[in-house]
Design a protein around this ligand. Structure first.
Ligand code: FAD
Length: 309
């Protein structure tokens, strides 16, 4: 399980993990596998594969998560969302993961397809909240379930206390750890950690894994922040804007360099704060994340041993 993997003694500064997306087409799949092989040499604690909004990307998530389990030395975590699925379908999907040797699942509610910030409607025979999905998976067998957490609070939460109760509820329902939404202010992460500890010290002892996305272009960061509802603090925006310059064309090299610096600084502070793992949203590219890892002193010599599935 992920918790077991995170308790293996490691030689590097901190364990890390990588999130991949289901590729859109054959070319994107080639690129994904190139990134997978690059990260494999660095020995991540686990890798995760997100679950798409519908149709073929969903099938690809199941297929590729299975390939990660059988064709690599990596420990895959398959994401699963409740969007447009009946309980029967969710059960069948968990079974499909199990058939491929996947027992680590990240249980999510998901967002309304099309407009992530739009109105949520549950499938008539589905589940309303991620907590129900955690229980459903737990009832199906020997699975290890993780959930999402939100340093700035989930955009639908009434307030931060409500958001904390949601997370604690998912952990009490059996989730073994959580991975956060990407964020840009380490203090938000630390405040979330404190809130969970205060609300329930036992659940607060479970790994809270920070999600980091190295920013390589202003457009990407704006789009990702819009989709997730994350806020980019003004001083961070200014730092990137200064690097981009005021010419008609964004100074892409300078933006990228600031992005690598910024992600490295965040990671260093998180390591000093004792986080159990750093989870990198790679967008299926290895280069930026590898550069950050190199700056942190993570290399093939500090790699974790291969996972036994
Ligand atoms: P929940 O925990 O169900 O919470 C949803 C909302 O309901 C929150 O506002 C919460 O406060 C509220 N709530 C929960 N329980 C109750 C209750 N009992 N009473 C009242 N209100 C309640 N999306 C994808 O589509 N595919 C992915 O692969 C994917 N991977 C992700 C990975 C990570 C690490 C993260 C952080 C997010 C990911 N998402 C993914 C996005 C996620 O699905 C959305 O952020 C979604 O809006 C929230 O999902 P959740 O599992 O946190 O939902």
């Amino acid at each position: 399980s992920i918790v077991d993997r995170l308790s293996v003694p490691h030689r590097g500064p901190v364990p890390f993990s990588v999130e991949f997306l289901p590729p859109r087409d054959a070319d994107a799949e080639v690129r994904l596998w190139r990134a997978v092989r690059t990260f494999e040499r660095l020995g991540p604690a686990f890798v995760s594969m997100t679950y798409g909004a519908g149709g073929s990307t969903r099938d690809r998530t199941v297929r590729i998560a299975g390939d990660l389990a059988t064709q690599t030395t990596l420990l895959p975590v398959a994401h699963l969302t409740a969007v447009n699925h009946s309980v029967d379908e969710l059960r069948a999907l968990v079974g499909a993961y199990a058939d491929k040797g996947i027992t680590n699942i990240l249980a999510l509610r998901g967002d309304p397809p099309g407009d992530p910030l739009g109105e949520w409607t549950k499938h008539p025979e589905g589940v309303e909240y991620a907590e129900e999905l955690v229980r459903l998976i737990g009832d199906l067998g020997d699975f290890h379930v993780g959930v999402a957490s939100f340093p700035e609070g989930h955009h639908r939460a009434i307030d931060l206390d409500h958001d904390t109760r949601t997370l604690v509820g998912k952990l009490r329902a059996g989730a073994e750890y959580s991975i956060t939404q990407m964020f840009f202010d380490v203090d938000d992460f630390l405040r979330l950690r404190d809130r969970v500890h205060r609300a329930d010290p036992e659940q607060g002892g479970k790994p809270l894994i920070p999600g980091i996305m190295p920013i390589t272009s202003l457009a990407t960061v704006r789009r990702m922040a819009e989709l997730s509802g994350s806020v980019i603090p003004d001083d961070v925006q200014e730092r990137f804007a200064a690097a981009a310059g005021d010419g008609a064309e964004e100074n892409r090299e300078a933006v990228r360099a600031v992005g690598i610096d910024f992600a490295t600084e965040m990671a260093q502070r998180l390591i000093a704060e004792g986080v159990p793992c750093l989870h990198f949203c790679s967008l299926n590219f290895a280069k930026a994340t590898s550069e950050v890892l190199e700056r942190l002193g993570v290399d093939a010599r500090s790699a974790m041993p291969a996972a036994s599935h």
